[in-house]
Design a protein around this ligand. Structure first.
Ligand code: ACO
Length: 389
């Protein structure tokens, strides 16, 4: 165990009266997967800068990197692609459950959790089963919600290509596959974010992989984490559709949102105190998809106005653009419905969740912090009780 971690643990071993409600600054694990430098705005994945890695390798190669700590040889890459591709088919029971969920109008992220639980009825899923079948669940559910039948996967395609085929019902342009892989690679791992930490906590109890991923999905769903891009896009599109100057409309909207006690989604980060480096990777990928429209220019103007209004309202807070703002633009450029955004995030982040579960299982201990008790003391049923029992 590294000395920084052991000193943190020994500091917490003797209970103090200081509560760190967000656990900021607490080192709870060692990881070789990604390094997040919030002061300099840098992210490296297994030692590679995200800007260099994400646009240039396949998603399967990134999965291999996280699992083996090195990029694959060609034969290894082909073997992994084939192993994942062989695991894409959904059981009829899973499809039937998704059909029922669509009738009930379940949110896609809830249907993904349902589909995951259904996969676990076959026994504990392997990582290949999760990489293969979770995209099939998302694509099948989106089609069922639209009144369409699921489309069979294509084993000759990689994860991104088959997912797009299963969603759209037709082969897609290579540039769309590349953009989706760039997105998945960019968001695949990011330190001890809330969903990854949730997965590690569950794995630390000795529970199974399906439970760890289900818990991570629950954490990802929240608007302060992976639920941010849908509302961020909705705000941009609504403000852009209003008459008048977009920047002025945005500034007024930010002021009203803050006055109502709401956050501006797509901005601010627990770790990054400067611009999130992932925002620029995704902005470049989105720019290629949105070429010929003025949406990117609108996004830039909206972003600048949000940052200016936040700086004015909270001058002592370092709030910068986070990954979710340009995620919204990229996923919109790929034609996905906003309701699917969090699921599509999950399909990339699952690579990090699985790698963290492996690390946790190999070296971690039960994660079990303390709470400072602030409740009543000395009560007894024997003295002056008046309530009915
Ligand atoms: N809008 C308005 N105010 C903000 C924002 C924001 N986006 N972000 C931080 N702040 C303010 C808070 O209101 C608070 O101000 P106050 O002390 O004057 O009340 C201050 O900054 C600190 O806020 P905390 O929530 O304590 O800071 P934290 O480091 O926990 O914030 C968080 C991180 C939750 C992501 C926050 O920036 C936020 O809510 N952002 C919007 C949601 C979002 O985009 N989430 C996606 C993050 S990226 C990801 O998870 C993949």
């Amino acid at each position: 165990m590294n000395s920084a971690i052991s000193s943190t643990l020994s500091a917490t071993a003797a209970p103090t009266d200081t509560v760190r409600s967000g656990l900021e600054g607490v080192l709870a694990a060692e990881t070789r997967l990604s390094r997040v430098d919030g002061q300099r705005g840098q992210l490296t994945i297994a030692g590679y800068a995200v800007q260099e890695l994400a646009p240039h390798v396949s998603f399967e190669a990134l999965v291999h990197l996280l699992r083996q700590d090195r990029l694959p040889e060609q034969a290894e890459l082909e073997a992994l692609r084939a192993a994942i591709a062989s695991q894409r088919a959904l059981d009829p029971i899973t499809v039937e459950l998704l059909r029922q969920a669509a009738r009930c109008g379940a949110a896609p992220i809830d249907a993904l959790r349902l589909g995951l639980s259904a996969l676990c009825l076959e026994g504990e899923p392997s990582p290949e089963r999760l990489f293969g079948a979770l995209p099939s669940v998302v694509a099948a559910y989106a089609r069922l919600q639209a009144g369409l039948e699921p489309v069979a996967p294509d084993a000759s395609l990689g994860c991104a290509g088959s997912f797009l085929l299963q969603l759209r019902g037709q082969r897609t342009r290579p540039e769309d596959e590349r953009a989706l892989e760039t997105y998945w690679n960019t968001v695949a791992d990011h330190g001890l974010n809330a969903s990854t930490f949730s997965a590690r906590v569950i794995a630390s109890t000795g529970s199974d992989l399906g439970s760890a991923i289900a818990g991570a999905l629950g954490a990802l769903k929240g608007p302060l984490h992976g639920g941010a891009p849908g509302p961020a896009l909705a705000a941009l599109l609504a403000l852009r559709a209003q008459p008048g100057d977009l920047a002025e409309n945005t500034r007024r909207w930010v002021t009203a949102e803050l006055a109502a006690g709401r956050r501006i989604l797509g901005f601010g980060h627990r770790v990054y105190k400067v611009r999130d480096p992932r925002a620029d990777v995704l902005k470049s990928a989105a720019a290629r998809l949105l070429a010929g429209t003025d949406l990117l220019a609108s996004a830039e103007s909206h972003e600048a106005a949000v940052l200016e209004a936040l700086r004015r309202a909270k001058p002592d807070r370092a709030i910068a653009t986070n990954v979710e703002f340009y995620t919204a633009l990229l996923l919109h450029g790929l034609g996905f419905e906003p309701a699917l955004f969090t699921c599509i995030f999950a399909l990339g982040r699952v690579a990090g969740w699985l790698a963290h579960v492996t690390e946790q299982t190999a070296r971690g201990r039960l994660i079990r912090p303390d709470a400072l008790y602030v409740g009543a003391e000395g009560r007894s049923l024997l003295h002056g009780a008046t309530a009915a029992h």
